[in-house]
Design a protein around this ligand. Structure first.
Ligand code: PMP
Length: 419
């Protein structure tokens, strides 16, 4: 049963049982209407109350300033890899209404710290490439910093950033889910995101998919766009939350009439979404409904963002301390070497010794610990006397719905295994 299992999935991830129980009832008979939430019009008063409630709760939980609009969109985090490029190119074009022959494709600065920021950068390159020979590119994606050469096991140091003064935007991923790297929250932390090195007037975009509502967002109002897929801390997959500064809700059709930029697919235009209160077309009603239940639960029962921050800090500290001890004994190795860059959400490590990782996972399964295997892309090929074997390492994701009790039980098991 659900009570016998501790789910450490990286996403989709566990959701609070209370909320799922309520959602199960709502799926059949929403507030005594005799109809399930998925059977009600997205334009009816019931769903309108759900989506407006979710928006208001998110605004209060994250203290979103008034000059930002909260949108519910589809297409996942990956959809935003594209939407960010297209909407911000349009905003940049409108801010530079020169004749087409005088327009210079803007630089788009990407900070690469792992798989997801790299994918976002690759999408920017794809979308900006000239559509036919002798045509100028739409934009110039550029790497402002990268830790690829050290296999994403650390964050850039301040002197490694090389931002362009006239970029249209700087893009970063706050928490790299696969590698377990996260920017520390305080400006004085050595590896904090260097907001002060980005020139004034250059927009900043952050992918918060795997750390959304786990703790406060540092320097909120320095951001142009903050976005997150729901399926880690918020709700089921299928809905993506966007928080967009109001002046960036631009008419992309007007922008493309000026020439030199591509058109934006209509459901990806932020202004269209905003003008229609995220109901331009049929939204993913069930994921939004469950997210709304989760938000209410976090505010009412989990102490809001402060409470979540405190619990998440404690969970991460407990697990990292246990792993550091195992590392001292030569039994485990943390993937991220700089302790301040270690993710609070995705804890990545290896169990040392031939065949030990397999044994560790088998023992974990028996004790009810689920979905601990690392991402397939970070696997390493090992060689030993018997030949080659592949291991993707271990990743324990400890999102909001994973309790401190589950984390402590996992720590007990790690201590037992590594003794
Ligand atoms: N960004 C991050 C940080 C992610 O973890 C993920 C997916 N886990 C994505 C983007 C892509 O999200 P999606 O699968 O919803 O497109």
């Amino acid at each position: 049963t659900r009570d016998q299992v501790h789910n450490f999935a990286a996403g989709p991830s566990p959701l609070p049982t209370k909320c799922l129980e309520e959602a199960a009832l709502g799926l059949l008979n929403y507030e005594d209407t005799g109809m399930g939430i998925c059977e009600l019009s997205h334009r009816g008063k019931e769903f309108k109350a759900v989506i407006e409630g979710a928006e208001a709760d998110l605004r209060s939980l994250l203290q979103v300033p008034d000059n930002y609009t909260i949108l519910f969109s589809q297409g996942g985090g990956t959809g935003q890899f594209s939407a960010v490029v297209l909407n911000l190119l349009a905003a940049h074009r409108l801010a530079h209404p020169v004749p087409a022959e005088e327009f210079k494709p803007p630089v788009l600065d990407y900070v690469l710290t792992g798989s997801w920021s790299s994918k976002a950068y690759a999408e920017a390159q794809r979308l900006c490439a000239p559509p036919f020979p002798n045509c100028p590119a739409f934009g110039q994606p550029r790497i402002a910093a990268s830790t690829k050469s050290t296999s994403w096991t650390r964050l850039p140091s301040r002197d490694e950033y090389n931002f362009s003064k006239d970029a249209a935007y700087v893009y970063y991923c706050e928490n790299e889910t696969i590698n377990g790297i996260e920017f520390p929250p305080k400006a004085e932390d050595k590896e904090a995101f260097p907001f002060d090195l980005v020139s004034e007037g250059v927009e900043i975009v952050a992918d918060y998919s795997s750390s959304f509502i786990s703790r406060p967002i540092p320097n909120f109002s320095r951001h142009a766009i903050i976005y997150a897929g729901a399926q880690k801390n918020l709700g089921p997959s299928g809905v993506t939350v966007l928080i967009v500064r109001n002046d960036l809700l631009v008419d992309t059709t007007e922008a493309s009439k000026l020439g030199c930029i591509p058109a934006v697919p209509i459901t990806y235009e932020y202004k269209i979404l905003a003008n229609n209160k995220s109901l331009y077309n049929t939204p993913p009603t069930f994921p939004i409904y469950v997210s709304a239940l989760v938000l209410k639960h976090l505010i009412k029962n989990k102490g809001g963002l402060e409470g979540l921050e405190q619990t998440n800090r404690e969970k991460a500290q407990t697990l990292y301390e246990t792993l550091e001890n195992a590392e001292k004994k030569g039994k485990a190795k943390l993937v991220v070497r700089d302790s301040s860059a270690r993710s609070w959400m995705n804890v990545t490590f290896n169990i040392e010794g031939e065949g030990e990782e397999k044994k560790f996972l088998e023992g974990a399964e028996k004790r009810g610990f689920r979905q601990l295997k690392g991402h397939r892309s970070v696997g390493v090929l090992f060689a030993d006397s018997e030949g080659f074997f592949f291991s993707a390492g271990i990743r324990a994701s400890i999102y909001n719905a994973v309790t401190i009790e589950s984390v402590k039980l996992l720590c007990d098991y790690i201590n037992e295994f590594c003794n």
